[in-house]
Design a protein around this ligand. Sequence first.
Ligand code: FE2
Length: 473
Amino acid sequence: MRGWGLLVLSLHVLSCLVSGVASGRTSSYVRTEFPSTDIPLESEWFAIPKGYNAPQQVHITQGDYDGKAVIVSWVTPEEPGPSEVFYGKEKLYDQKAEGTTTNYTFYDYKSGYIHHCLVDGLEYNTKYYYKIGSGNSAREFWFETPPAIDPDASYTFGIIGDLGQTFNSLSTLQHYEKTGGQTVLFVGDLSYADRYEHNDGIRWDSWGRFVEHSTAYQPWIWNTGNHEIEYRPDLGETSVFKPYLHRYMTPYLASKSSSPMWYAVRRASAHIIVLSSYSPFVKYTPQWLWLKNEFKRVDREKTPWLIVLMHSPMYNSNEAHYMEGESMRAAFEKWFVKYKVDLVFAGHVHAYERSYRISNVNYNITSGNRYPVPDKSAPVYITVGDGGNQEGLASRFYNPQPDYSAFREASYGHSVLQLKNRTHAIYQWNRNDDGNPVPADTVMFHNQYCTRRRRLKKNHLHLEDLEDLISLL
Ligand SMILES: [Fe+2]
């Protein structure tokens, strides 16, 4: 980002630094949007790769706790074929990893052969090429490993939620790919295949091909949403999350989790905790017990940035899905404050909203204290469920805007979080129809653990922050 772009961003961040401590803002921006209908199956965006039984729907995710492994997944449509990944630092592909194959049925749908292959023992900060499939049907890709775990390791995450497979979804993907994001934190609701008759798995396949342009080349850290539950007793399908669990592997064992639905990874300077909004989480449940222990394993001296992902937001002033995250807030918010979580990203609501640092941990059903209050130890809550799926935007916010809500807008988009060092990160939310990085919401975050507290005085420009920002850019 250079010249005018840098200046525009600087001024924008500057204005946010000034205005961000004042009252919240509801954007009046209205954009022209594509119809909220899925892209036709015959579209080029879902093209089946050439060659008999060619691997398709290729996606990678982190394969261990610390970023020295990836899980490579793909589907072969006709027959299992080899479940092997050939890889190396050059296109000689001098190393090989062996994977496993699975498949499933869902009512009258029969999946292809789904391969998952752990590629481990990788070096940090290294580009690897990999090849899957055989003969004329072989396909080649690459990925880059993250820097070693280090408190000052800079790294850029994209955050995408509720993506689906409409032209708005495509716009989100294309805009994200321009940002330089290195890994996607996905906050649930992937394909929306469950919106089709009999939860048609063909739309899982088309979605896998749709996102391959990104998912084959950089890890997407997966999380589930309500559209992954797929509980259909009327069809005889009572095994929840069945398609998702067959298709999307997570490294849950590496973080001592007992379920692929909740887990943690460490990447560069970040410790990322993935929670399942639709699995049991109240006291004494496996997820609750796991999270209790995982917070104790967080080492802010090594990974100062502590990030939590979930699907249903705890703080949401949109009429859509209002209060649905309240039960998880009641279960976990006190830990988020105790452990000084930096950021909580959620989806589910098809709009964008960012909170101030607030908490409601003093809420007591007997004695009152029912309002969220400013809390310097609390995370910022960000809802970014605006990926662009067929359900359309959630455009009705409650008014007046609550004190805890800093900015909200009903547009499609995605977020980018640039961790610069142990103390500072630049965050921006980009709405889709800004063709270039001209963010609609930009904030510089100070790390909750490493940064000395500098309280911005209301409506006063803080020169230290501007100096920090310019030095980071
Ligand atoms: Fe959702």
